[in-house]
Ligand binder design. Structure first.
Ligand code: FES
Length: 107
């Protein structure tokens, strides 16, 4: 992957543990960036169960919980962890460089 493929999405220290925010990146679906377990994670903002924005949900124990019906996903893998969610969400690779966070594409 060349540096041309990396898109800066913010500063690494902007997010505290358990925080989540929506991120818009040209050419990508709406994304959600969170910090969990000390690490940043980037994944689809849209819940796979309905039209809910996961960035309006809660992050805890390595999972993001949907604000609509409380379904959950693993923030690192996108796999569903709590019903009613059964379909994985996309997760994206991140690079941290000189304090910046860059998205490096879908995992
Ligand atoms: S819309 Fe997310 S759990 Fe139902």
């Amino acid at each position: 992957m060349s540096d041309m493929d990396l898109v800066r999405i913010g500063k690494a220290d902007d997010l505290q543990e358990g925080e989540i925010r929506r991120v818009s990146v040209p050419g990508y679906e709406p994304l959600a960036l969170c910090r969990s377990g000390g690490r940043l994670h980037l994944f689809a903002d849209m819940c796979s169960h309905g039209m809910a924005s996961l960035s309006e949900g809660e992050v805890a124990d390595g999972q993001v919980f949907c604000p609509f019906h409380g379904g959950g996903f693993d923030v690192a893998t996108g796999m569903p962890t709590e019903r009613p969610c059964t379909i994985p969400i996309n997760v994206y690779a991140l690079v941290e460089r000189d304090g910046d966070v860059l998205v490096a594409g879908k995992m």
